[in-house]
Write a protein that binds this ligand. Structure first.
Ligand code: FEO
Ligand code: CA
Ligand code: CA
Ligand code: CA
Length: 614
């Protein structure tokens, strides 16, 4: 049991568009481009893949460092760890770990510390939430390695883990669950002993489904987000992975928002759009609709409430007075993450996965140079073009425009607010390639973009970009865009096919979190079945040599997710989500004295003070 979508494995696939362009070309693609785990390295915990042969381009170009010169030595040198089956986190002997901001940590001095079941919604609203996921560290003065604001997502926590019941029996319990979700901004500082601490700060705040927010971009003002009950816009939900912008803000991504809605109306069936986004009578069994009419699918006063979620939301860590802003130009899907880079002409480019079986990979390109847009008072995330990816069998790819300029989209929709609010359906019409659950994306310094495709047990027909059917362990795909990220074509290959059943001492399954550092190392975090049933883990890949080593493993039952660093990369923050799946019999991570395990951030530092992962 990991993500909500895995818990609800019986949910029907929602993409019935029939986009299956490549069923016949599997063998040709595998023969030429697949990069499958090969040589066993000397040390346990190390996996080698062949660097991509890449007939058409130099995909091993990660061998260059930031300066563009060839790397003098391999990027990965730490002592790897074996598989971990314990209730504890384990890291390479070259590193130290400490625990920071577990669920329930108070953000102000007047708020009580964690207790279980959670004492009240009011307390939880000023304590760190549950379900730690994507995050980023925003250094004070843009450069401090010792002091900054950690902004973090709280994706989900089951009712059983949060308040000890399967379904809520009061409005207060629903309010507790709501307060446990959302985001935290937490000011932290490293003390003289090298230990990271929470410091009292006006910058620290919680953002939940009850926090006032704004809509911006083409869907702002649209009737598609109006409710008869009024247009007070509140909140963000199921905040999964994230992004961070060149202008110093945080992007939180709303993923499985459908799971918080439900209805008591027997036999309720949503309209086509509601079905495409997976709304159902019970959702993921949170039962919020039993006490909060906003989440009741049958309540006519909130008919468009579901359209208010599924967006990428911008948070300014240094301006706690500012409302979070839903950036609708980036489309409404089950957003996993929003990896941001600067492309040709200074345009900002955002890569995004939509994590559902057979859903798509998207990219947004700002209209103009982001600095000139900001200088004119425009957000670069409000004006631009949204695209969806089509992976061709020959290793080429196309970014298909999701606007009325595209005749395939214009055949279905007549306005941009519809195209963006129902972006999945626009992408169906455009002919995008259905993928094996796109999770995180990351942009390497050489321009390669990587995306984890975590798994897809429902795939019955393989294609070039999703070459395993079924695909229980997932893979990582890689591409390079034309025209320095702003073009409409790309070349792609498969970086690795994950496996939990071969290479059982050193392999991995279900890649999810992903981050390429400025030297080109690729950090891979897992969420799913690992070799021999071991715990989820974080590995580090050197694309120039093909080597992958295991750096860290979380406690039993957790997912390892979220990744952030200080500017000098000598401190790394990771998140341990749902340790023990909330079951105290499996682990009491991180504190043995607690009644239940607690989602937590882990701080990694090297004993010699070096760069993490090297
Ligand atoms: Fe929230 Fe797809 O992981
Ligand atoms: Ca998760
Ligand atoms: Ca994920
Ligand atoms: Ca996942």
């Amino acid at each position: 049991m990991h993500d909500p979508e895995t818990i609800h494995d019986d949910a029907p696939a929602t993409n019935t568009s029939g986009n299956r362009p490549f069923e016949d070309i599997l063998n040709a693609r595998i023969g030429r481009r697949m990069v499958l785990g090969g040589t066993l390295a000397g040390a346990i915990g190390t996996l080698f893949v062949s660097p991509a042969s890449a007939a058409s381009r130099a995909v091993a170009a990660g061998a260059k460092n930031q300066s563009g010169r060839p790397s003098p030595r391999p990027l990965v040198g730490f002592e790897p760890i074996p598989l971990n089956f314990s209730g504890q986190a384990v890291v390479s002997p070259d590193y130290t770990i400490e625990v920071l901001v577990p669920w329930g940590t108070p953000l102000s001095s007047g708020t009580p510390d964690f207790s279980w079941p959670v004492s009240s919604a009011a307390d939880q609203s000023d304590q760190v939430g549950i379900g730690h996921d994507g995050m980023w560290f925003f250094p004070l003065d843009h450069k401090s390695n010792d002091h900054g604001v950690l902004v973090m997502n709280h994706e989900f926590g089951t009712n059983g883990h949060v308040f000890g019941q399967a379904l809520p029996s009061s409005a207060e319990q629903v309010a507790v669950s709501q307060a446990a979700h959302g985001c935290s901004a937490i000011e932290i500082m490293r003390d003289n002993s090298g230990t990271w601490q929470v410091v009292p700060s006006d910058r620290s705040r919680r953002i939940t489904v009850n926090t006032p927010v704004e809509f911006s971009g083409p869907v702002a003002g649209s009737p598609l987000i109006e409710n008869a009950a009024g247009n007070e816009f509140q909140g963000t939900l199921n905040n999964c992975a994230n992004g961070y912008t060149p202008w110093g803000t945080y992007l939180t991504c709303e993923e499985n928002f459908n799971g918080y809605f439900g209805t008591e109306e027997a036999g309720w069936v949503g309209n086509d759009a509601q079905q495409r986004y997976g709304f159902s009578t019970t959702g993921f069994d949170y039962g919020w609709h039993l006490y909060d009419p906003r989440f009741d699918l049958s309540n006519p006063d909130y008919a468009n409430q579901g359209n208010r979620f599924g967006w990428v939301v911008e948070i300014d860590p240094n301006r706690p007075d500012r409302k979070p802003v839903k950036r609708t130009a980036l489309g409404r899907v089950k957003h996993e993450g929003a990896a941001t880079t600067v492309g040709r002409g200074g345009r900002v480019v955002v890569y995004m996965g939509d994590d559902e079986r057979f859903d798509y990979i998207y990219k947004f390109v700002s209209a103009r140079n982001y600095k000139s847009m900001i200088a004119k008072g425009q957000s670069p995330l409000d004006h631009g073009t949204l695209y969806v990816a089509r992976f061709n069998e020959d290793g080429s790819g196309d970014w298909l425009e999701l606007s009325l300029n595209n005749p395939d989209v214009a055949a279905v929709f007549s306005s941009m607010d519809e195209v963006l609010t129902f972006a999945r359906m626009a992408a169906d019409a455009a002919g995008a390639t259905p993928m094996d659950r796109p999770e995180w994306t990351t942009v390497a310094p050489n321009g390669d973009v990587y995306c984890t495709l975590t798994n897809n047990t429902r795939r019955t027909e393989a294609d070039a970009a999703n070459p395993q059917a079924p695909n229980p362990d997932g893979h990582i795909i890689r591409w390079r865009d034309s025209d320095r990220h702003v073009g409409t074509s790309f070349e792609w290959d498969i970086f690795i096919l994950a496996s939990s059943t071969t290479n059982t001492d050193y392999g991995f399954g279900s890649p999810d979190g992903l981050w390429a550092d400025p030297d080109g190392r690729v950090f891979i975090e897992t969420d799913g079945t690992q070799p021999q049933g071991a715990n989820d883990q974080m590995l580090v890949a050197d694309p120039s040599t093909g080597e992958i080593r295991r750096l860290f493993s979380g406690p039993k039952g957790c997912e390892v997710t979220g990744i952030a660093v200080t500017p000098d990369r000598r401190t790394m923050f990771l998140n341990i989500q749902h340790p023990g799946n909330g079951d105290p019999e499996l682990t009491l991570f991180p504190f043995l004295g607690d009644p239940v395990p607690r989602d937590s951030t882990i701080v990694l530092q090297r004993k010699d003070g070096g760069i993490i992962g090297s």
